[in-house]
Design a protein around this ligand. Structure first.
Ligand SMILES: Nc1nc2c(ncn2[C@@H]2O[C@H](COP(=O)(O)OP(=O)(O)OP(=O)(O)O)[C@@H](O)[C@H]2O)c(=O)[nH]1
Ligand SMILES: [Mg+2]
Length: 301
Protein backbone atom coordinates (compact mmCIF):
# COMPACT_ATOMS: atom_id res chain seq x y z
CA UNK A 1 0.00 0.00 0.00
CA UNK A 2 1.40 3.43 -0.81
CA UNK A 3 1.45 6.05 1.97
CA UNK A 4 -1.56 8.02 0.63
CA UNK A 5 -3.91 5.03 0.56
CA UNK A 6 -2.53 3.83 3.87
CA UNK A 7 -3.59 7.09 5.46
CA UNK A 8 -7.11 6.92 3.96
CA UNK A 9 -7.67 3.18 4.17
CA UNK A 10 -10.95 2.19 5.79
CA UNK A 11 -11.68 -1.01 7.66
CA UNK A 12 -14.55 -2.09 9.87
CA UNK A 13 -17.16 -4.66 10.83
CA UNK A 14 -20.68 -4.46 9.43
CA UNK A 15 -23.31 -6.66 10.99
CA UNK A 16 -26.14 -7.58 8.64
CA UNK A 17 -29.25 -8.22 10.70
CA UNK A 18 -32.99 -8.60 10.30
CA UNK A 19 -35.92 -10.98 10.29
CA UNK A 20 -35.48 -14.48 8.85
CA UNK A 21 -35.84 -14.76 5.07
CA UNK A 22 -35.54 -11.05 4.22
CA UNK A 23 -32.45 -11.71 2.07
CA UNK A 24 -29.47 -11.00 4.35
CA UNK A 25 -27.33 -13.87 3.05
CA UNK A 26 -28.25 -13.20 -0.57
CA UNK A 27 -27.19 -9.59 -0.06
CA UNK A 28 -23.84 -10.45 1.54
CA UNK A 29 -23.09 -12.99 -1.21
CA UNK A 30 -23.93 -10.46 -3.91
CA UNK A 31 -21.72 -7.77 -2.43
CA UNK A 32 -18.84 -10.24 -2.06
CA UNK A 33 -19.44 -11.49 -5.60
CA UNK A 34 -19.16 -15.03 -4.31
CA UNK A 35 -21.57 -17.46 -2.80
CA UNK A 36 -20.48 -17.84 0.79
CA UNK A 37 -23.62 -18.09 2.90
CA UNK A 38 -26.32 -20.57 2.01
CA UNK A 39 -29.76 -19.23 1.09
CA UNK A 40 -33.25 -20.61 0.71
CA UNK A 41 -36.86 -19.53 0.75
CA UNK A 42 -37.26 -21.18 4.17
CA UNK A 43 -36.92 -18.90 7.19
CA UNK A 44 -34.03 -19.60 9.58
CA UNK A 45 -31.61 -20.85 6.96
CA UNK A 46 -28.52 -19.17 8.43
CA UNK A 47 -27.65 -20.53 11.86
CA UNK A 48 -24.17 -19.18 12.48
CA UNK A 49 -22.26 -15.95 12.35
CA UNK A 50 -20.31 -15.94 9.10
CA UNK A 51 -17.77 -13.33 8.10
CA UNK A 52 -17.61 -12.24 4.47
CA UNK A 53 -14.55 -10.09 3.87
CA UNK A 54 -14.73 -7.60 1.01
CA UNK A 55 -11.29 -6.18 0.29
CA UNK A 56 -10.62 -3.48 -2.30
CA UNK A 57 -7.70 -1.17 -2.90
CA UNK A 58 -9.07 1.40 -0.48
CA UNK A 59 -11.04 -0.56 2.09
CA UNK A 60 -11.68 -3.81 3.84
CA UNK A 61 -15.30 -4.25 4.86
CA UNK A 62 -15.99 -7.26 7.06
CA UNK A 63 -19.64 -8.19 6.59
CA UNK A 64 -21.09 -10.33 9.37
CA UNK A 65 -24.00 -12.46 8.17
CA UNK A 66 -26.26 -13.49 11.03
CA UNK A 67 -29.25 -15.75 11.71
CA UNK A 68 -32.64 -14.05 11.38
CA UNK A 69 -33.82 -12.72 14.72
CA UNK A 70 -37.13 -14.39 15.59
CA UNK A 71 -39.48 -14.90 18.49
CA UNK A 72 -39.61 -18.71 18.58
CA UNK A 73 -37.55 -19.29 21.68
CA UNK A 74 -38.91 -22.73 22.43
CA UNK A 75 -35.97 -24.83 21.37
CA UNK A 76 -32.32 -24.58 22.26
CA UNK A 77 -31.50 -24.14 18.57
CA UNK A 78 -33.72 -21.04 18.32
CA UNK A 79 -32.18 -19.58 21.45
CA UNK A 80 -28.72 -20.26 20.05
CA UNK A 81 -29.53 -18.50 16.77
CA UNK A 82 -31.01 -15.43 18.46
CA UNK A 83 -28.01 -15.28 20.78
CA UNK A 84 -25.58 -15.41 17.86
CA UNK A 85 -27.44 -12.62 16.08
CA UNK A 86 -27.64 -10.43 19.19
CA UNK A 87 -23.96 -10.85 20.03
CA UNK A 88 -22.96 -9.97 16.49
CA UNK A 89 -24.49 -6.53 17.07
CA UNK A 90 -22.09 -5.78 19.90
CA UNK A 91 -19.02 -3.87 18.82
CA UNK A 92 -20.04 -3.55 15.16
CA UNK A 93 -18.92 -0.35 13.44
CA UNK A 94 -22.17 -0.29 11.50
CA UNK A 95 -25.35 -2.34 11.30
CA UNK A 96 -27.16 -2.94 8.03
CA UNK A 97 -30.73 -3.76 8.94
CA UNK A 98 -32.44 -5.62 6.12
CA UNK A 99 -36.22 -5.40 5.71
CA UNK A 100 -38.55 -6.27 2.88
CA UNK A 101 -39.60 -3.27 0.81
CA UNK A 102 -43.11 -4.71 0.63
CA UNK A 103 -43.87 -3.55 4.14
CA UNK A 104 -42.69 -2.98 7.69
CA UNK A 105 -43.81 -5.59 10.24
CA UNK A 106 -44.10 -5.71 14.05
CA UNK A 107 -41.13 -8.10 14.06
CA UNK A 108 -39.07 -5.42 12.30
CA UNK A 109 -39.98 -3.07 15.18
CA UNK A 110 -38.82 -5.64 17.70
CA UNK A 111 -35.51 -6.09 15.88
CA UNK A 112 -34.95 -2.37 15.44
CA UNK A 113 -35.36 -1.96 19.18
CA UNK A 114 -32.57 -4.46 19.79
CA UNK A 115 -30.32 -3.00 17.14
CA UNK A 116 -30.97 0.53 18.38
CA UNK A 117 -29.86 -0.45 21.87
CA UNK A 118 -26.29 -0.77 20.56
CA UNK A 119 -24.26 2.31 19.77
CA UNK A 120 -23.49 1.69 16.08
CA UNK A 121 -25.20 3.70 13.33
CA UNK A 122 -27.83 1.76 11.37
CA UNK A 123 -28.23 1.73 7.60
CA UNK A 124 -31.56 0.39 6.42
CA UNK A 125 -31.59 -1.79 3.31
CA UNK A 126 -35.07 -2.14 1.83
CA UNK A 127 -34.66 -5.35 -0.09
CA UNK A 128 -36.65 -7.16 -2.78
CA UNK A 129 -37.65 -3.99 -4.62
CA UNK A 130 -38.09 -6.14 -7.73
CA UNK A 131 -41.35 -7.24 -6.13
CA UNK A 132 -42.64 -3.66 -5.98
CA UNK A 133 -44.61 -3.23 -9.15
CA UNK A 134 -45.06 0.53 -8.89
CA UNK A 135 -41.70 2.09 -8.08
CA UNK A 136 -43.29 5.45 -7.24
CA UNK A 137 -44.69 3.86 -4.06
CA UNK A 138 -41.12 3.54 -2.74
CA UNK A 139 -40.79 7.25 -1.94
CA UNK A 140 -43.72 7.52 0.49
CA UNK A 141 -42.60 4.21 1.96
CA UNK A 142 -39.11 5.61 2.60
CA UNK A 143 -40.58 8.75 4.14
CA UNK A 144 -42.72 6.67 6.47
CA UNK A 145 -39.79 4.43 7.42
CA UNK A 146 -37.58 7.44 8.15
CA UNK A 147 -39.94 8.35 10.99
CA UNK A 148 -39.19 5.10 12.81
CA UNK A 149 -35.55 5.71 13.57
CA UNK A 150 -32.67 8.00 12.80
CA UNK A 151 -31.13 5.78 10.16
CA UNK A 152 -27.70 6.79 8.89
CA UNK A 153 -29.10 6.07 5.41
CA UNK A 154 -31.89 4.16 3.70
CA UNK A 155 -31.11 2.31 0.51
CA UNK A 156 -33.66 0.42 -1.60
CA UNK A 157 -31.95 -2.63 -3.13
CA UNK A 158 -32.52 -5.89 -4.91
CA UNK A 159 -30.09 -8.46 -3.57
CA UNK A 160 -31.25 -11.00 -6.12
CA UNK A 161 -30.24 -8.92 -9.16
CA UNK A 162 -27.69 -6.69 -7.47
CA UNK A 163 -29.63 -3.50 -8.20
CA UNK A 164 -28.34 -0.54 -6.16
CA UNK A 165 -25.89 -2.66 -4.16
CA UNK A 166 -23.02 -0.43 -5.36
CA UNK A 167 -24.78 2.43 -3.64
CA UNK A 168 -25.23 0.39 -0.46
CA UNK A 169 -21.60 -0.60 -0.52
CA UNK A 170 -20.38 2.96 -0.87
CA UNK A 171 -22.68 4.14 1.93
CA UNK A 172 -21.29 1.36 4.11
CA UNK A 173 -17.70 2.21 3.19
CA UNK A 174 -18.24 5.85 4.11
CA UNK A 175 -19.11 4.77 7.64
CA UNK A 176 -16.03 2.62 8.13
CA UNK A 177 -13.32 4.00 10.41
CA UNK A 178 -9.94 4.92 8.98
CA UNK A 179 -7.90 1.85 9.85
CA UNK A 180 -5.54 -0.66 8.25
CA UNK A 181 -6.90 -4.03 7.05
CA UNK A 182 -7.22 -6.74 9.70
CA UNK A 183 -7.34 -9.75 7.36
CA UNK A 184 -4.96 -10.75 4.57
CA UNK A 185 -6.08 -9.42 1.20
CA UNK A 186 -7.01 -12.83 -0.21
CA UNK A 187 -9.02 -14.03 2.79
CA UNK A 188 -12.74 -14.25 2.10
CA UNK A 189 -14.14 -15.66 5.33
CA UNK A 190 -13.31 -16.89 8.82
CA UNK A 191 -14.95 -20.25 8.10
CA UNK A 192 -13.17 -23.46 7.13
CA UNK A 193 -13.83 -25.36 3.92
CA UNK A 194 -15.20 -28.22 6.04
CA UNK A 195 -17.79 -25.87 7.55
CA UNK A 196 -18.76 -24.45 4.15
CA UNK A 197 -19.11 -27.98 2.74
CA UNK A 198 -21.58 -28.95 5.49
CA UNK A 199 -23.54 -25.77 4.80
CA UNK A 200 -23.73 -26.49 1.06
CA UNK A 201 -25.10 -29.98 1.75
CA UNK A 202 -27.65 -28.48 4.15
CA UNK A 203 -28.73 -25.96 1.52
CA UNK A 204 -29.30 -28.65 -1.08
CA UNK A 205 -31.41 -30.66 1.38
CA UNK A 206 -33.40 -27.68 2.66
CA UNK A 207 -34.31 -26.73 -0.88
CA UNK A 208 -35.71 -30.21 -1.48
CA UNK A 209 -37.68 -30.62 1.74
CA UNK A 210 -41.03 -29.32 3.04
CA UNK A 211 -41.56 -26.65 5.67
CA UNK A 212 -40.73 -28.25 8.99
CA UNK A 213 -37.93 -30.72 8.37
CA UNK A 214 -35.22 -28.16 7.50
CA UNK A 215 -35.34 -27.00 11.12
CA UNK A 216 -34.87 -30.54 12.34
CA UNK A 217 -31.73 -31.43 10.48
CA UNK A 218 -28.16 -30.43 10.82
CA UNK A 219 -25.09 -31.34 8.83
CA UNK A 220 -21.59 -32.06 10.02
CA UNK A 221 -18.42 -32.74 8.03
CA UNK A 222 -16.91 -35.86 9.50
CA UNK A 223 -13.93 -36.29 7.20
CA UNK A 224 -12.20 -33.85 4.89
CA UNK A 225 -9.05 -35.26 3.31
CA UNK A 226 -7.26 -33.36 0.59
CA UNK A 227 -5.50 -35.60 -1.89
CA UNK A 228 -3.42 -34.68 -4.86
CA UNK A 229 -6.25 -34.58 -7.36
CA UNK A 230 -9.41 -34.59 -5.33
CA UNK A 231 -10.80 -34.17 -1.84
CA UNK A 232 -12.50 -37.00 0.02
CA UNK A 233 -15.42 -35.78 2.07
CA UNK A 234 -17.75 -37.62 4.43
CA UNK A 235 -20.74 -35.73 5.66
CA UNK A 236 -23.25 -36.67 8.35
CA UNK A 237 -26.82 -35.44 8.25
CA UNK A 238 -28.42 -35.55 11.68
CA UNK A 239 -32.20 -35.75 11.98
CA UNK A 240 -34.42 -36.18 15.01
CA UNK A 241 -36.58 -39.15 14.06
CA UNK A 242 -36.52 -42.29 11.99
CA UNK A 243 -39.32 -40.98 9.74
CA UNK A 244 -37.25 -37.85 9.10
CA UNK A 245 -34.41 -40.03 7.92
CA UNK A 246 -36.71 -41.70 5.39
CA UNK A 247 -37.86 -38.28 4.17
CA UNK A 248 -34.32 -37.01 3.73
CA UNK A 249 -33.33 -40.10 1.79
CA UNK A 250 -36.50 -40.06 -0.33
CA UNK A 251 -38.06 -42.73 -2.48
CA UNK A 252 -35.37 -45.14 -3.66
CA UNK A 253 -32.78 -42.75 -2.29
CA UNK A 254 -33.66 -40.18 -4.94
CA UNK A 255 -33.81 -37.05 -2.81
CA UNK A 256 -30.48 -37.62 -1.12
CA UNK A 257 -28.89 -38.56 -4.44
CA UNK A 258 -30.13 -35.35 -6.10
CA UNK A 259 -28.98 -33.24 -3.19
CA UNK A 260 -25.60 -35.00 -3.27
CA UNK A 261 -25.12 -34.32 -6.98
CA UNK A 262 -25.96 -30.63 -6.57
CA UNK A 263 -23.74 -30.34 -3.49
CA UNK A 264 -20.80 -32.05 -5.18
CA UNK A 265 -21.01 -29.63 -8.08
CA UNK A 266 -20.98 -26.56 -5.81
CA UNK A 267 -18.25 -27.94 -3.56
CA UNK A 268 -16.09 -28.81 -6.57
CA UNK A 269 -16.51 -25.27 -7.84
CA UNK A 270 -15.67 -23.80 -4.46
CA UNK A 271 -12.53 -25.90 -3.97
CA UNK A 272 -11.50 -25.72 -7.60
CA UNK A 273 -11.07 -29.46 -8.00
CA UNK A 274 -13.20 -32.63 -8.01
CA UNK A 275 -14.51 -34.12 -4.78
CA UNK A 276 -15.65 -37.52 -3.66
CA UNK A 277 -18.64 -36.86 -1.42
CA UNK A 278 -20.38 -39.40 0.79
CA UNK A 279 -23.45 -38.45 2.78
CA UNK A 280 -24.84 -40.51 5.66
CA UNK A 281 -28.10 -39.79 7.45
CA UNK A 282 -28.28 -40.53 11.17
CA UNK A 283 -30.82 -40.09 13.93
CA UNK A 284 -30.06 -38.22 17.13
CA UNK A 285 -33.32 -37.75 18.97
CA UNK A 286 -34.14 -34.24 20.07
CA UNK A 287 -30.75 -32.73 19.13
CA UNK A 288 -32.26 -29.31 18.37
CA UNK A 289 -33.73 -29.00 21.85
CA UNK A 290 -30.66 -30.04 23.75
CA UNK A 291 -27.88 -27.56 24.58
CA UNK A 292 -25.29 -30.29 25.06
CA UNK A 293 -26.14 -32.07 21.82
CA UNK A 294 -25.90 -28.70 20.06
CA UNK A 295 -22.42 -28.07 21.39
CA UNK A 296 -21.39 -31.55 20.30
CA UNK A 297 -22.63 -30.75 16.80
CA UNK A 298 -20.51 -27.63 16.47
CA UNK A 299 -22.99 -25.01 17.66
CA UNK A 300 -20.40 -23.14 19.69
CA UNK A 301 -20.13 -19.39 19.87
N1 LIG B 1 -37.57 -11.40 -5.21
C1 LIG B 1 -36.48 -11.31 -4.45
N2 LIG B 1 -36.14 -12.34 -3.66
C2 LIG B 1 -35.02 -12.23 -2.91
C3 LIG B 1 -34.22 -11.06 -2.90
N3 LIG B 1 -33.20 -11.25 -2.04
C4 LIG B 1 -33.38 -12.48 -1.52
N4 LIG B 1 -34.46 -13.08 -2.03
C5 LIG B 1 -34.98 -14.42 -1.75
O1 LIG B 1 -35.44 -14.45 -0.41
C6 LIG B 1 -35.24 -15.75 0.15
C7 LIG B 1 -34.44 -15.62 1.44
O2 LIG B 1 -33.13 -15.21 1.15
P1 LIG B 1 -31.94 -15.42 2.19
O3 LIG B 1 -30.78 -14.65 1.68
O4 LIG B 1 -31.75 -16.86 2.49
O5 LIG B 1 -32.56 -14.68 3.47
P2 LIG B 1 -31.93 -14.51 4.92
O6 LIG B 1 -32.39 -13.19 5.42
O7 LIG B 1 -30.48 -14.76 4.91
O8 LIG B 1 -32.70 -15.65 5.73
P3 LIG B 1 -32.26 -16.40 7.10
O9 LIG B 1 -30.88 -16.91 6.94
O10 LIG B 1 -33.27 -17.50 7.20
O11 LIG B 1 -32.42 -15.41 8.19
C8 LIG B 1 -34.51 -16.56 -0.91
O12 LIG B 1 -35.46 -17.34 -1.58
C9 LIG B 1 -33.91 -15.49 -1.81
O13 LIG B 1 -33.73 -15.93 -3.15
C10 LIG B 1 -34.60 -9.98 -3.78
O14 LIG B 1 -33.96 -8.93 -3.86
N5 LIG B 1 -35.74 -10.17 -4.50
MG1 LIG C 1 -29.33 -16.14 5.86
Amino acid sequence: MNPATERDHRCGFVTVAGRPNVGKSTLVNRILGRKLSITSNRPQTTRHRILGIATSGTSQIVFVDTPGIHRGRARALNRYMNRVASRALIGADLVVMVVEASGWTPDDDHILERIGAEAAPVVLALNKIDRIKRRETLLPMLAETARRYEFAAMVPVCARTGENLDRLRSVVEMHMPIAPPVFPEEQLTDRSDAFLVAEIVREKLIRRLGQELPHRLTVETERFVEQERRTLINVLVWVERKQHKAMVIGKDGGRLRDAGIAARRDIGRMLGHPVHLEIWVKVREGWSGDERALRGLGFAE
